[in-house]
Structures are given as structure tokens and as C-alpha cells.
Design a protein around this ligand. Sequence first.
Ligand SMILES: NC(=O)c1ccc[n+]([C@@H]2O[C@H](COP(=O)([O-])OP(=O)(O)OC[C@H]3O[C@@H](n4cnc5c(N)ncnc54)[C@H](OP(=O)(O)O)[C@@H]3O)[C@@H](O)[C@H]2O)c1
Length: 288
Amino acid sequence: MDVLVTGASGQLGRELARSVPPGVAVRFLDRSALDLAAGDLEQRVLALAPQLILNAAAYTAVDRAESERELAFAVNGAAPGALARAASRLGARLVHVSTDFVFDGAASRPYTETHPTSPLGVYGASKQEGERQLRAALPEALILRTAWVYSALGANFVKTMLRLMGSRDRLSVVADQVGTPTWAQGLAAAVWELGLGTHTGLTLHWTDLGVASWYDFAVAIQEEALARGLLDRAVPVEPIRTEDYPTPACRPAYSVLDKTTTLALLAAPRQHWRSALRGMLDHLKEQG
Ligand SMILES: NC(=O)c1ccc[n+]([C@@H]2O[C@H](COP(=O)([O-])OP(=O)(O)OC[C@H]3O[C@@H](n4cnc5c(N)ncnc54)[C@H](OP(=O)(O)O)[C@@H]3O)[C@@H](O)[C@H]2O)c1
């Protein structure tokens, strides 16, 4: 199996690289090797002729997307369509990763795969467009929506909290947005299983298990980091409302994804978000 991974330097891309299954030949291409915003993307992928494409690349700057709409739509909207056209011509499989931000967060029960999408901001709208273009060009493609991704290898909420907890005397964290923190390691396992499996034409949801607000997540990060000596003192963490922390992009208040279908289909290890957090912090500690 000859595999092409886009976005090789991102959180998911790097976790995919740490977990390549035996017997699989992979080309990991970062932005400098394969720019998804380039006009000749389809031709470039045709020339590379992979049997499986894992699209781990995305424009993920949620707030900046509000002022960079064109670029966000090129990378998240048009590029998945180009990848799907290339995959269709090559007879290749394609796994694409999407987001909870395709939903508006108005629900109060976990979002199923078939729930109507209704993004609040440019990032979510660009990812919704990517899902549409991909599905139109390659109905067999696999779409895996995920949420609140973090990893020891990359920039994310966990690393931001550790930095701020190490340098500030108190922190305020939004407590009225609820979702599921997701370690990129488990996501990578699910992506590999889907890519190398036989399922086709599915849109699925993958996150770690359980539910938390950003505030709950921050409190857990501090407790687990203190227990591992990654922090040497506790600082007060206060819950605040979304309106007390204004950002350019609106975020869904409720982003929990229903994973019933995925958990029945995939064997990839699943765990509660808090035990995944412990695993990530152990990895971070090993890295020094
Ligand atoms: N992070 C989250 O919380 C989250 C939540 C829900 C869904 N997702 C989805 O999960 C997937 C993986 O996200 P992640 O957390 O791994 O994101 P990430 O760490 O931001 O990685 C994204 C990667 O895409 C690359 N990229 C950006 N523009 C590109 C372009 N024009 N051409 C080629 N590569 C480009 C970036 O390259 P550079 O390093 O050069 O910038 C980066 O390596 C994405 O589809 C994302 O939408 C993420």
C-alpha cells in the first residue's frame, strides 16, 4: 500500500508518522512539499499516484480565518475537492478529516453524522465546503469529523495552558463551551484503520470519550501536570462566560459528537478524554 499524507507537520500528521502500520509505505508531505492552496494540486497528486490519501492538512486558524476567507476556502474547501478528483482518477482511497465546527452548537444532545450542518464562522463554513466538494467528486471517500484536538507535537490548548499556568498568577477560562478534548494519537489510529480498511462512502465522528468545558479541561490539565512535575505550583483557575473572552470567530457552545456508529465500526482504542490527557502529558514529559 502506497500512502500519501498531507499536512505532515501538523498535530495529526505527526501522530500519523509515529504510528505507521507495518508493511505500509508512506510519503509524508508538509506544506513546502505539497501546498494545498496551489492551483495544480490535482495534477501533483496524479503524478504522485498514491493508492491511499490521508488528508491531515487544513487551514486551522479559526480566528484568522474570519479575515482570510479566500485562503481558508482554498485549503479547506477547494483542496479536498481536488484531492478527491485525483483519487477518483487513480482509483485511490481517501480519508479526509473535518470538524465539529460544521455544526452551530445549538443542540443539547451529541451531534449525529446526519445532523444538518450550519457553521457559525468562516473556518467551519470552509470545512463544510470541503466535505461537499469531496463527496461530490468521490462518493466513496471517508470523512472523519473530530474536535478539540491536542498533541505533545504541536500548538494547542494544553500547551497554551501549561505555558500560562507556568507564567501567570491566575487564569480565566471559558466554562460555557462544551465539547470533548481529543488526543491526536487516538485520532491517528482511527484514521489509519479507516484508510487501510474496506469501508467506503461514510461520514463518521471521532473524539475521545466524555464531555468537558474548556474550564474543566484547564482544571484537569493543571491537576495532571502538577502530578507529573510539569508544573511546580497551582494557580487559581476561574470559570468565565464566552462574552467575557471575545474572539473574532464565534464558536459552537455545544460541540459534542455522537460516536455510536464509529465505535461500532472501528476497533481503534478509545478512551475517556482524561486518561488520554494523562497519556499526552506522559509523552510530553518523555520528550523533555
Ligand atoms: N486542532 C483542532 O482542534 C481540530 C478540531 C477539529 C477538527 N480538526 C481537523 O483535524 C485535522 C488535523 O488538524 P491538526 O490539529 O493536525 O491541525 P494543525 O496542527 O494546524 O495541522 C494542519 C497542518 O496543515 C498544514 N497546512 C496548512 N495550510 C496548508 C497548505 N496550504 N498546504 C499544505 N498544508 C497546509 C499546516 O502546515 P504548517 O505547519 O506549515 O502551517 C499544518 O501542518 C484538520 O482537518 C482540522 O481541520 C482539528
